[in-house]
Design a protein around this ligand. Structure first.
Ligand code: MTE
Ligand code: MOS
Length: 740
């Protein structure tokens, strides 16, 4: 790795650090981008619909499917009895997430059977004709009810501990204690879940799945069908949004369409409608944070003790790592001298909650920010002052130590906040607002400037690896494939930029191809914002291998030292000659140079001992801050974000245009989470907010009236990441906290 030249040349159209458009942007807006439901399907494709339970907690005494089966146009009905393999699609192999429920129903909307029919409409109508007889059981849909019923945790809790929080609380001159509810969030990807399974010969099956994790879909299909993983190919060209909701939640649709496709030897498509997608798939975990803090008269935090309980739903899914990450970010950017943080991932009779942009981190961070605000109000000091007083130190002392004993080595939050405070004119506007509120009884205004520090890497260390496959063809065109998936975030474009930069060719010489388990195996989910860090490096590695062979070839053929060979824009210099890239490649082919390579990357330095709560789970941190001014009509509750200023750190951006889009979108999504979006279950455990009629995501008109978004252009990743960039996908969601 140390030989790698990570300094990129800026002269070329295709390279990194350039404002290139998303490769599919024009197709997204013109409708020409193929999503799975747009694909040309094989002759005789059938459609699947789900049969859902309508109890939150019950045993099925009897299930009468005769009317379903008798419906004209229905071809097949499947229950758990038709599963040849293991009836579990949980990512943890804990046997806690049946694909189709057997006897026990654990949430309202759990899938019990599926119908395959000639059309989607027939399948859906038939699925509603099932007759269930239940034996009802007491249910708990929320954290408090679950505690009262003595429900267990879905997975082992985490403890982070440094010093002695109880003793430090005891000694603190001032103390506070409180609790806070932090709501969940529906992903509301524009393209819902979908899978299309196409049977092949012998045991083979190909599945097109809208998933962030093709390898896991592959494993689940193999597991359900009881066939080797090599028989299953999973393809994903793009998703119309994932936001974490397609890390694990696509398993059920893929596995069932594959099962039916193999049974019938016909292609089968499974696309739930929006209401079903809401009811059947997990969401952001909502939390109950219970906290105590000790501080001095100047607002310095001395001790923090907090428990983060999460509504996990009926199975473990990703609740372990999600609740872990809540603890990892409960400190946000602040040093807690003595600290004790615990998680409580509690089981409930609701759909199993899952990843959502930030992966529990935002919930932890909101808890930490609440403590800051309470200290500020207790002391009558501007919260920004309290924030600054508690920031981690810039370098090297004890005040850089996190509750998980990782040293913060790259702290730039002081500079970020200082620059934003100046550029947003925070101090003067704050005084204006205080004055305004003196005279305005009904419309009240507020302003807040909040920081973000977010750890980058999967906390499950084995996920921090990636592969890429690069072919250079004889005409000098380049085929790129890697394990990452595209969900709108621009990953494919960024990785193509890396290749274009390495070979010094225009970006349109690089063909971006659909993610498939057949080209790059054993991939990780595209998640934890790590897509470009991991896949960019893997593609870089593949390009280097091919280039090394090309250097050796040219040195031998033209008898020049390697130092006299250079890749220049669209040409290669060899000694005094310059050869156009395509003819250089053609000559390499004629000389039998291997023009294909598999690249690989694994993140260095990280390690994590969960049992001890000690390690370095993150390679580095991404930072940012936002300042929002909001007006509220205290009679109607209407509000307006008047202005937001953002300064966000993405290191040396691979693509500033795309990164700015990520920051803007994430901010709006974060603000939506903390304002209009609300999930609500009724007394029967039914989710009543299951469509856009009742669940309100922000509209374009809800964005700040004045919206100034800047990247910290001076920032450069201290770690050897691709082009010294930093991950951008999740961290800016937490910029929405300034609106709260
Ligand atoms: N941006 C768009 N447009 N659509 C998405 O679904 N998902 C977010 C983020 N940005 C998402 C998005 C989430 S949850 C993650 S983890 C990252 O993108 C994943 O992609 P990356 O690792 O390539 O940044
Ligand atoms: Mo993102 S929640 O890690 O898919």
């Amino acid at each position: 790795m140390n030989k790698i030249d990570l300094v990129y040349k800026a002269e070329i159209a295709g390279g990194v650090h350039k404002d290139l458009p998303h490769d599919s942007a024009h197709k997204h807006v013109s409708g020409e981008a193929d999503y799975i439901d747009d694909m040309v399907v094989p002759e005789g494709t059938l459609h699947m619909a789900a049969g859902l339970s309508d109890r939150a907690h019950a045993d099925i005494i009897e299930l009468d499917l005769s009317d379903v089966e008798a419906t004209r146009g229905v071809v097949l009905v499947l229950t758990h009895k038709d599963i040849p393999g293991h009836n579990d699609i949980g990512p943890n192999h804990r046997d806690d997430e049946p694909l189709l429920a057997e006897r026990r129903i654990e949430f309202h909307g759990q899938m019990v059977f599926v119908v395959v029919a000639e059309t989607r409409e027939i399948a859906r109508a038939a699925a509603r004709k099932a007759k269930f007889t239940y034996h009802d059981l007491p249910h708990a849909t929320d954290i408090i009810e679950a505690r009262a019923l003595g429900y267990k945790l879905v997975t082992e809790p985490l403890t982070l501990k440094r010093g002695d929080a109880d003793a430090a609380l005891e000694k603190s001159p001032r103390r506070l204690k409180g609790e806070m509810r932090i709501g969940g969030q529906e992903h509301f990807y524009l393209e819902g879940h979908i899978a299309l399974a196409i049977p092949g010969e012998d045991d083979e099956v190909t599945v097109w799945s809208s998933t962030q994790h093709p390898s896991e879909i592959q494993h689940m299909v193999a597991n359900i069908l009881e066939i080797p993983v090599h028989a299953v190919t999973v393809n994903t060209r793009r998703m119309g949004g994932g936001f974490g909701g397609k890390e694990t939640q696509g398993n059920q649709f893929a596995a069932l369409s594959a099962l039916a496709a193999k049974k019938l030897n016909r292609a089968v498509k499974f696309r739930p409608d929006r209401d079903e997608d809401f009811m059947m798939t997990g969401k952001r975990h909502d939390f109950l944070a219970e906290y105590e803090a000790g501080f001095d008269d100047d607002g310095h935090i001395l001790a923090v003790k907090a428990n983060f309980a999460a509504r996990c739903g009926f199975s473990s899914d990703l609740s372990g790592p999600v609740t872990d990450r809540a603890l990892f970010h409960a400190d946000n950017a602040y040093y807690y001298p003595d600290v004790l943080l615990t998680s409580e991932p509690i089981k409930t009779n609701t759909v199993s909650n899952t990843a959502f942009r930030g992966f529990g981190g935002p919930q932890g961070l909101v808890g930490g920010e609440r403590i800051i605000e309470e200290i500020a109000y207790a002391l009558g000091v501007d919260p920004l002052e309290i924030r600054k007083r508690n920031f981690y130190a810039i370098k090297g002392d004890e005040r850089c130590l996190t509750p998980y004993h990782q040293q913060v080595e790259d702290n730039i939050i002081h500079r970020i906040v200082h620059e934003l405070e100046t550029s947003s004119d925070y101090q003067a506007r704050r005084l204006d607002i205080i004055e305004y509120n003196r005279h305005s009884r009904v419309i009240r205004k507020g302003i807040a400037l909040t920081p973000v520090k977010f750890g980058i890497s999967f906390t499950f260390t084995p996920f921090n690896q990636a592969g890429a496959l690069v072919h250079v063809y004889q005409d000098g065109s380049i085929h790129l494939n890697h394990g990452g998936t595209e969900m709108g975030q621009g990953l494919y474009t960024k990785v193509a930029q890396v290749l274009a930069d390495e070979f010094q060719v225009d970006i349109d010489r690089v063909k971006i191809t659909a993610t498939t388990t057949a080209k790059v195996p054993n991939t990780s989910a595209t998640a934890a914002s790590s897509g470009s860090d991991l896949n960019g490096m893997a593609a870089y590695d593949a390009a280097r291998q091919i280039k090394d062979r090309l250097y050796a070839f040219a040195a031998e053929k033209w008898r020049v030292p390697v130092a006299e060979i250079a890749f220049l824009p669209n040409r290669v210099r060899v000694g005094d000659d310059e050869i156009p890239f395509p003819s250089f490649i053609k000559q390499a082919y004629m000389a039998r140079v291997q023009l294909s390579a598999a690249g690989f990357y694994k993140t260095p330095k990280i390690h994590w001992d969960r049992a001890k709560g000690i390690g370095r789970p993150f390679l580095y941190y991404a930072y940012g801050a936002s300042c929002s001014e909001v007006s509220i009509d205290t009679l109607t509750g209407e509000y307006q974000i008047e202005r937001t200023d953002i300064l966000h750190d993405v290191g040396r951006s691979l693509n500033p245009a795309i990164d700015k889009g990520q920051v803007e979108g994430a901010f709006v999504q974060g603000a939506g989470w903390l304002t209009t979006e609300e999930l609500w279950w009724d007394g029967k455990g039914r989710l009543r907010t299951h469509a856009p009629s009742t669940y309100k995501i922000p509209l374009a008109s809800d964005r700040p009236r004045i919206f100034n978004v800047d990247l910290a252009e001076w920032s450069e990743n201290q770690e050897m990441t691709i082009g010294r960039s930093k991950a951008v996908g999740e961290p800016p969601l937490m910029l929405g906290v300034s609106v709260l």
